[in-house]
Write a protein that binds this ligand. Structure first.
Ligand code: SAH
Length: 245
């Protein structure tokens, strides 16, 4: 079998949300490099592979990206089938395309495999439709954390008229609230904050734009969590019932 690196989305946590293609890649893998947001339970699909943890959680001890690149390259050049497992989708705030480009530049065959991204999973698990006729005509996935710490233009995002799904936002709740209020989003806009989406320990905290910071503190909201900001976050009770027939 020829060397290849699979860049695979492991989904948000629930192992049943893996794709069949992800499972097939794991079955073939000889080396699996796993991020720390990946649920280790998914490793049942690659019992014979060598497992290497290369997590890099924000603020914690981390494996430098260059090291991860070199490790993938080394195993691929040894002729090994490598699976790089990433939480959610590899290309949503996951550097999947950077890793793919770098490997291709070094002559390695790469295949990207979609995963269900945390924002979509969290919404669905909480019964929140991210788009809804007459209520939300689109959805914006945005990170609160920028590599160079440059400020996010929350005011502009307030004008978009779409549901906002914010990744890496737990430490930035006050900035997000202030920016969105300054941009004109009503203080009463519903917010859902979903921790550990799709895992047995999933929790969700409902609030409004004005109260989300205080409520998250009282709730003890911890990373990993996503925020859903928009009318749809109010949940089923307050959304219009569409009549058919
Ligand atoms: N590629 C991943 C995102 C990686 S960025 C994806 O597509 O889901 C890391 C951020 O993703 C976390 O800070 C958090 O905001 C979000 N996240 C990842 N897994 C999560 C989960 N199970 N529940 C809630 N948020 C999650």
């Amino acid at each position: 079998m020829s060397a290849k690196v699979w860049l695979v989305g492991a989904g948000p946590g629930d192992p049943e949300l893996l794709t069949l293609k992800a499972v097939r890649a794991m079955h073939q893998a000889q080396v699996v490099m796993i991020d720390d947001l990946v649920n280790p339970a998914v490793l049942e699909h690659c019992p014979d592979a060598r497992i290497i943890a290369v997590g890099k959680r924000g603020g914690c001890r981390s494996t430098p990206q260059a090291f991860i690149h070199r490790l993938m390259l080394r195993y691929a050049r040894q002729g090994k089938v490598v699976v790089r497992l990433k939480g959610g989708d590899p290309c949503i705030f996951g550097r999947g395309s950077e890793e793919a480009d770098w490997l291709k530049l070094h002559g390695i065959e790469v295949e990207l495999v979609n995963g269900i991204t945390a924002g979509l999973a969290g919404a669905t698990q909480c019964g929140i439709p991210l788009t809804l006729r007459g209520v939300a005509r689109g959805v914006t996935l945005v990170t609160a954390h920028t590599q160079d710490d440059s400020p996010v233009n929350w005011s502009a995002l307030a004008q978009g008229g779409t549901t906002l799904v914010v990744y890496m936002g737990v430490a930035k709740l006050a900035d997000i609230r202030d920016g969105l209020l300054a941009g004109g989003l009503p203080a009463s806009t519903p917010v859902a904050m979903i921790e550990n989406a799709s895992l047995p320990q999933q929790r969700d905290c409902r609030s409004t734009l004005a109260t989300m910071h205080g409520e998250a503190l009282a709730f003890g909201l911890k990373s990993p969590a996503i925020l859903i900001i928009g009318e749809v976050a109010a949940g089923a009770q307050v959304l219009p019932i569409v009549q058919y027939g």
